[in-house]
Design a protein around this ligand. Structure first.
Ligand SMILES: [Zn+2]
Length: 203
């Protein structure tokens, strides 16, 4: 059954129980049981702690922007349904981190919160005036002089930035629009083309 499959996939990727309750029609009891079966322990209790601010701090912002560009590409360009696109985009994000030898900063539950913040128009994408990539910002951020965290990293970010770039200079996210590589997404040029196309077609 599709709902169960989705729930299992989400739990495997690290979803908290609130995500499952929102995105499936399965009962809480069923979800708890499922969660225990997949993870081998009970889900953590409590509310989701995330605010929009986390997504606009330097390194989380780069990761969040990459993930959300994947999501838009899958849903708007490739026609994936919302949750299908979400799960695929999250897998692409993890794959990209693996290719870059970087630690994933964006957990699945956070990625889902990000999606919800976009859907409630608390966050939006803003083109970087330097590289043209589109990055997550608070809604209603003035955009005239916006420069992203890759083009203008904070000085203390040097070490983290190198770690993020890994040993493949060409695999940093940056320049012509959040370049990404990997079998699922075509060439970097294709992707930056898609992202620019998206920015042209969205209000
Ligand atoms: Zn930039």
């Amino acid at each position: 059954m599709q709902q169960v499959q989705l729930a299992i996939e989400l739990v495997e990727l690290g979803a908290r129980i609130q995500v499952l309750e929102s995105e499936t029609e399965l009962s809480r009891a069923r979800l708890l049981k499922l969660y225990k079966e997949v993870r081998g322990n009970s889900p953590p209790r409590g509310m989701l702690p995330f605010s929009t601010d986390w997504f606009v701090t330097w390194l989380p912002n780069i990761h969040s922007s990459l993930f959300y560009n994947f999501y838009l590409q899958l849903t708007l360009v490739h026609g994936c349904q919302r949750m299908d696109g979400f799960v695929k985009a999250y897998r692409m994000y993890l794959e990209q981190m693996q290719l870059d030898g970087a630690e994933p900063v964006l957990g699945l539950t956070r990625a889902w919160t990000l999606l919800r913040f976009f859907e409630s128009e608390l966050l939006e994408l803003m083109p970087c005036q330097s590289c043209g990539g589109r990055f997550v910002v608070h809604a209603h951020t003035p955009g005239q002089d916006f420069v992203c965290g890759i083009c203008a990293p904070p000085s203390r970010a040097g070490t983290a930035r190198r770690a993020f770039e890994g040993h493949h200079g060409e695999r940093i996210l940056p320049a012509a629009g959040l370049k990404v590589s990997g079998p699922a997404v075509g060439s970097p040029a294709d992707v930056s083309g898609h992202i620019r196309g998206l920015s042209a077609s969205r209000p």
